[in-house]
Design a protein around this ligand. Structure first.
Ligand SMILES: *[C@@H]1O[C@H](CO)[C@@H](O)[C@H](O)[C@H]1NC(C)=O
Ligand SMILES: *[C@@H]1O[C@H](CO)[C@@H](O)[C@H](O)[C@H]1NC(C)=O
Ligand SMILES: *[C@@H]1O[C@H](CO)[C@@H](O)[C@H](O)[C@H]1NC(C)=O
Ligand SMILES: *[C@@H]1O[C@H](CO)[C@@H](O)[C@H](O)[C@H]1NC(C)=O
Ligand SMILES: *[C@@H]1O[C@H](CO)[C@@H](O)[C@H](O)[C@H]1NC(C)=O
Ligand SMILES: *[C@@H]1O[C@H](CO)[C@@H](O)[C@H](O)[C@H]1NC(C)=O
Ligand SMILES: *[C@@H]1O[C@H](CO)[C@@H](O)[C@H](O)[C@H]1NC(C)=O
Ligand SMILES: *[C@@H]1O[C@H](CO)[C@@H](O)[C@H](O)[C@H]1NC(C)=O
Ligand SMILES: *[C@@H]1O[C@H](CO)[C@@H](O)[C@H](O)[C@H]1NC(C)=O
Ligand SMILES: *[C@@H]1O[C@H](CO)[C@@H](O)[C@H](O)[C@H]1NC(C)=O
Ligand SMILES: *[C@@H]1O[C@H](CO)[C@@H](O)[C@H](O)[C@H]1NC(C)=O
Length: 431
């Protein structure tokens, strides 16, 4: 009797334990299981609150989620998890031959959700995309990783652990066989399925094993460091002059001159591309508090969003999409920037090459930059506020000149004092 009670209690605990163990999602196709996931996921996100202060939002993937938009095809599938007020986390998988892999993880978060982002300045939905290290998973096996996997991107961290995922389920039920991640496999044995996994140290997901005492033993795969292939230096991009008019009979309300280059990482490959200003289509609009400039060429599109708080304006958000030669569109967004800041009514200028990190995988380079997104008068730039680099390059020659002048004065002074003394002494000796 009491034994029975104990076992019931045990079962109940087991059930509770199961439920709180992770977020479980099942994707069905024609009423049959085709994609399964059970995982634990924590987010830590930097976001902007008033006065350019940065707060950190920390939250976990809740148990209550939905999976609209998830889908299973023969060689591609997508797991899309929606939670809270308009947040989503998705992974897409591709299968080829005996293996499948996760290609991209996309996390979109709704900054107007005050439960996660109280007092957020932005009300937009930001989104980041990273390439996870889930590769060479055997078909008909689950990918399993109990170790913590920290995915670090500029303004946010995602921690994944106790992960069990199977994509491309064929017979309607989850496989009992697993492909374990490198971090779970003891250092001495070689993972059976891992064909030399190209450990991707650059993009994201440095697998952290928190329990290892000696960090030295953590390097399980002795894969050689990928040497970045030297790319031939690009010529300086041509300076494009872009403007937006509120209507055809008005003068410009937004002006931007710059040469533009991006540097981006896809997997281990770093590439740089210039925007050809003569092949760029320009659209946009001007508002009181925000303005937007869209530049599109055949190979890339940029969406620059400017905001102002009545005193200062800044580049607040940037969305860059690159149509790479492989046909995979690569998109990076950062909606909590504060770049190119200057007083409303003036313009921001930086003639020097400016290198700005937009996300972990994207840098923006500008040349001969001058921008005025608000309060443009007569279609012309107003007085410029120059960037630090320009001010320095302007001040250095002045400083050198001033120093030289002072030196000359000192020498002259010394000469005249010396001469006066000499004359005085020679008079003395004469008399
Ligand atoms: C995940 O976040 C929760 C709170 O949101 C915290 O209690 C827990 O310690 C976090 N776990 C990890 C592994 O970061
Ligand atoms: C974002 O959050 C706000 C506030 O909770 C909500 O009104 C809005 O619908 C959400 N956006 C999306 C896309 O769900
Ligand atoms: C976001 O805020 C701006 C002004 O701050 C407002 O015009 C816009 O409608 C808001 N968008 C949403 C989705 O709430
Ligand atoms: C960390 O690594 C050690 C040895 O490499 C292993 O024994 C241990 O189980 C790992 N911890 C986790 C949480 O995976
Ligand atoms: C992400 O993790 C790193 C290292 O633990 C930490 O320095 C950084 O502040 C974290 N970022 C966020 C957004 O929590
Ligand atoms: C697990 O793998 C073994 C060997 O590859 C195979 O014989 C077995 O059928 C697999 N089990 C399942 C449930 O797929
Ligand atoms: C622009 O000016 C022309 C001639 O003055 C006029 O015909 C046209 O309607 C105007 N367009 C707009 C949008 O005001
Ligand atoms: C744009 O300029 C480049 C070189 O400056 C030239 O090769 C290209 O043909 C031009 N394209 C167009 C559409 O004019
Ligand atoms: C711009 O911001 C000011 C102050 O925050 C506000 O009073 C005004 O309504 C805003 N205008 C628009 C068009 O959003
Ligand atoms: C970024 O731009 C691309 C292409 O224009 C678009 O598909 C995507 O939704 C945009 N992302 C955000 C967060 O606005
Ligand atoms: C741009 O800046 C980043 C971060 O400071 C740096 O790692 C990178 O090497 C710079 N790129 C160039 C081409 O200067």
């Amino acid at each position: 009797m009491s034994r029975r009670a104990a076992s019931v209690l045990f079962l109940a605990f087991g059930l509770v334990f199961q439920l709180s163990c992770g977020t479980e999602v099942k994707v069905l196709k024609e009423d049959k299981l085709c994609l399964y996931a059970n995982l634990m996921l924590n987010f830590s996100v930097f976001y902007e609150v008033a006065e350019k202060k940065i707060e950190t939002a920390v939250f976990k993937l809740p148990d209550e989620v939905t999976t609209e938009g998830s889908e299973c095809q023969a060689t591609t599938s997508m797991l899309k998890i929606h939670f809270g007020k308009g947040h989503s986390w998705s992974v897409n998988f591709t299968a080829s031959g005996k293996d499948y892999q996760a290609d991209l993880v996309t996390f979109s978060y709704n900054l107007s959700d005050s439960t996660f982002f109280p007092n957020s300045v932005s009300n937009e939905t930001a989104s980041v995309t990273v390439k996870p290290e889930i590769t060479n998973v055997g078909v008909d096996t689950c990918y399993s990783c109990n170790s913590k996997d920290l995915i670090q991107i500029d303004s946010l961290n995602m921690t994944l652990w106790n992960v069990l995922i199977q994509a491309f389920i064929t017979n309607g039920s989850k496989s009992e066989n697993v492909t374990s991640c490198a971090a779970d496999v003891p250092a001495t044995t070689v993972s059976p399925t891992t064909v030399p996994t190209t450990t991707n140290t650059t993009t994201a997901a440095p697998v952290t094993n928190t329990t290892t005492a000696a960090p030295v033993t953590n390097t399980t795969t002795p894969a050689p460091q990928p040497t970045p292939t030297p790319t031939p230096a690009l010529p300086t991009p041509t300076t494009g002059k872009y403007s937006i008019k509120p209507d055809e009979n008005s003068t410009a309300c937004l002006l931007v001159n710059f040469g533009l280059r991006i540097g981006f990482k896809q997997g281990e490959k770093y590439q740089e591309m210039n925007l050809e200003s003569n092949e760029t289509r320009v659209t946009g609009w001007c508002g009181v508090n925000s303005s937007e400039l869209l530049l599109a060429s055949d190979s890339m599109t940029f969406r620059f969003s400017f905001t102002n708080d009545m005193k200062k304006f800044r580049l607040h958000a940037l969305n860059v999409t690159v149509n790479t030669s492989s046909g995979v569109a690569f998109s990076q967004v950062n909606a909590s920037l504060a770049l190119w800041e200057a007083t409303v009514g003036s313009s921001y200028m930086c003639n020097k090459e400016l290198n700005q990190t937009i996300t972990d995988q994207l840098s923006l380079f500008t040349f001969d930059l001058q921008v005025q997104p608000f309060a443009v008068k007569k279609g012309l730039f107003s007085t410029a506020e120059e960037c630090q680099a320009d001010v320095e390059s302007f001040l250095v020659p002045i400083a050198v000149g001033v120093a030289l002048l002072v030196l000359i004065l000192i020498v002259l002074l010394a000469y005249f004092i010396g001469r006066k003394r000499n004359m005085a002494t020679s008079y003395e000796s004469l008399s």
